[in-house]
Design a protein around this ligand. Sequence first.
Ligand code: HEM
Length: 508
Amino acid sequence: MTVALPFSSAAAAAALLLVILVARAVLTVVRFRRYELAIPGPPSLPFFGNAFSVMFQKHDVILDVIMRLWGQRRELSRASCFNMLFAFVSRPEDVADVMKRKDLQDKSHFYYHLLAELAPNGLIMMSGAKMRAHRSAAQPAFHPEVIDSFVEVFVEEAEKYVRDVEQRQEVLPQQRLFGFTAWAFCRSTVISDTPTKEETAVITDLVMLLRLFLRVTNERAFNPILWPKWIFNMTADGRQIQKELERTRAHVLQMMNDRAIQLEKLMKVEGADFVKTRKSLFDVFLEKNAQGEGMFSRDDITDELITFLAAATETSVSTLCFAFKMLSIRPDIQNSLYEEVRSRLGSGATKRSIVAQDLPQLQYAEKFLKEVMRMFSTIPLSARQINEDTELGGHALPKGTTVVINYFGLHRDPVTWPDPLRFDPERFSPEQSQGRHPYAYLPFSGGARSCIGYKYAWAVMKTVLATTLRDFVVEPVDDGLTDHTKFKLYFDVSLKMEGGGVKLIPRD
Ligand code: HEM
């Protein structure tokens, strides 16, 4: 028999429940605050933490705010926001600890869970056994010998790109560098033959979508109202991304399916060793799919194509844009670099294209690009997830904390880099590099989650830089940006600057 509670008893039960819930919430806030305040950091409020400093900012000021509040701190420091704890590390010793520890290899939920909406099964977001399987399958495609075999394609694309710039005589636009890197990537790792019209359209759409997605994701990461997907999908950007993503994914999947059929035919004609000798990244993935390996479904491979294309283009283009801008305002450096290029590739009627053997000889180009990536850390920040209560940099950190690796701060740390805002490629001469902490310079991150494509990136960047300098003088545009310490920097995953155009004046 059920007994109806009199109203007053129901109200008392509800009130008790409410008290318990409030008490639990208060205890959570108090416990969190104890952890938080034990770590040095800028002033913060209970529960809200630093939300009012960082959240709801426009995307082009977030980096400034972060660097102002946390960038100058060498010791591990904390940020917080709605009871989420963030630990910033920027000292080589602490960064080394993060890179080496097995329990700190998973990417953070914060930020990365938004990136994951682009390609949830891509390597950047993966963890555990699947991540290791994908990395080890991809690794052979980035072997130095394989990369050397791609240089011909990089050169063809670079020559195409310089001719294009020559004809149009325009300010060097990012868009062209995106075209160059995207095609160099696709022709070397996805589609071996001359791309069809349909493939061209798919890749062009994908590059446009990536640009939009990364810009919008950065804004969204710092706007909690847009964190729930269903709210974001109601915004104009959200609707556009959803629509474009569905369409583009379907086309990429179709491209994969076509390639799988083509591959099957080629393997019948050329034997099972076909993939082994070619080692194109996506052929290796497709072969694993054909062998029934569960970790390589066609959906996984589609996500990998999107992930690798984003990782390869976004970073290389950002670095190259800073490189060209620096050359335009530092004629002394440009002259040294040109001398190196001329001594290998010649000039005027006797000039030739770059070949793989030239790349290791471009030593000054290497020092210059290293200094570009130090001064303008291509990826200024990345983040890992703490899955169990732990200790880092002498501080207790609870499960759920996000560790933010501050490469931007690491690369401008005055202890490692005296006069850090001075731009000087000679910092990377063998003499000056001696004794430097091995984790003081990490443009490609480090440890088990380091950049898998770094050797590839070197080859692409050196090829396009040398080919451009062989044919053009890089000159500044009339934008008043003559001092690199005054560049207005911001990030949307990779570092960018406002403006940044240069003029390319033909040498001959
Ligand atoms: C200048 C060029 C490049 C720079 C500065 C760069 C930098 C980085 C950094 C810092 C990370 C770690 C990101 C994180 O921890 O979330 C990373 C990861 C990655 N990069 Fe690169 N990258 C470059 C070019 C490339 C290229 C050309 C490719 C492929 C062809 C590539 C593929 C990847 C992939 C797949 C990952 C994820 C690895 C993992 O999470 O296990 N990157 N890159």
